[in-house]
Ligand binder design. Structure first.
Ligand code: HEM
Ligand code: HEM
Length: 188
């Protein structure tokens, strides 16, 4: 009888996880950039378009995050990354906070628009209409929370990216490859 090879753990995340990760890493800074540009532009058609782009990019972040979280329990996992226990705990905590931010920031943005009595503009093609009545003071609070958490999310993402680069250039432990495409003898 043929001898069974011992199973080798995967060394990378699967292609779907990988694609959704890098899509998020592209969409979040773009959404952030779009609102900064919106603020700088004078009133007019271009300002409205860039503002619409901000909302569209933000809703896409939410959609991608929901797909990612739904896929996560089924995703074939790579073996645990080799690092000291405290570092692993810090990394897990940052990942959880990133996921919370990826959900909360777009949701608070949508709530802001809806509480202002406006729709959430998608691609300039259609709007997600407000499901409840406008409430201006509440909209102002949601906007404050949206802005605060958006800035926190950007800082956390920066910290996360710097940690990944630290692993790559200083610790030289190959951790970044877990989120990059390539050969994986552990993948079935
Ligand atoms: C807006 C930007 C980013 C966001 C929101 C983000 C978010 C996340 C999240 C939530 C995870 C956890 C995945 C999971 O447990 O399923 C993760 C993993 C990871 N990210 Fe990012 N990321 C961003 C940018 C980056 C950048 C720029 C790099 C590289 C320089 C990077 C490298 C990694 C790596 C290597 C992992 C896998 C860690 C592991 O498997 O232990 N990320 N990212
Ligand atoms: C990851 C996604 C998002 C990020 C990073 C983000 C970031 C930001 C930031 C930093 C601001 C504050 C700008 C400033 O006043 O300096 C802002 C404002 C705003 N965002 Fe977002 N946002 C996101 C998603 C969304 C979504 C999905 C909507 C949905 C409608 C939205 C709607 C708004 C609104 C209404 C404002 C207030 C603009 C104003 O002053 O009138 N955002 N966003």
């Amino acid at each position: 009888m043929a001898k069974q090879e011992p199973a080798m753990p995967r060394s990378r995340h699967d292609l779907l996880t990988l694609s959704l990760h890098w899509l998020t890493a592209l969409l979040v800074p773009l959404a952030y950039l779009a609102i900064q540009v919106t603020e700088m532009l004078p009133r007019g058609a271009l300002k409205t378009q860039v503002y619409t782009a901000h909302q569209t990019l933000g809703v896409l972040v939410l959609a991608v995050t929901l797909v990612r979280l739904a896929w996560r329990p089924f995703a074939p996992k790579p073996g645990p990354a080799e690092m000291p226990g405290a570092m692993r705990q810090a990394s897990t905590a940052v990942h959880v906070l990133l996921f919370l931010g990826l959900l909360a920031v777009p949701l608070l943005g949508m709530l802001t628009q809806w509480l202002r009595g406006r729709g959430v503009e998608m691609f300039g093609l259609f709007a997600l209409a407000p499901p409840f009545a406008a409430d201006r003071p509440m909209a102002r609070s949601m906007k404050e929370a949206h802005e605060l958490l958006a800035n926190a999310l950007m800082l956390l993402a920066l910290l996360h990216a710097m940690a990944a680069l630290f692993h790559h250039y200083v610790m030289r432990d190959g951790l970044i490859r877990r989120m990059l495409p390539g050969r994986d003898p552990g993948a079935a």
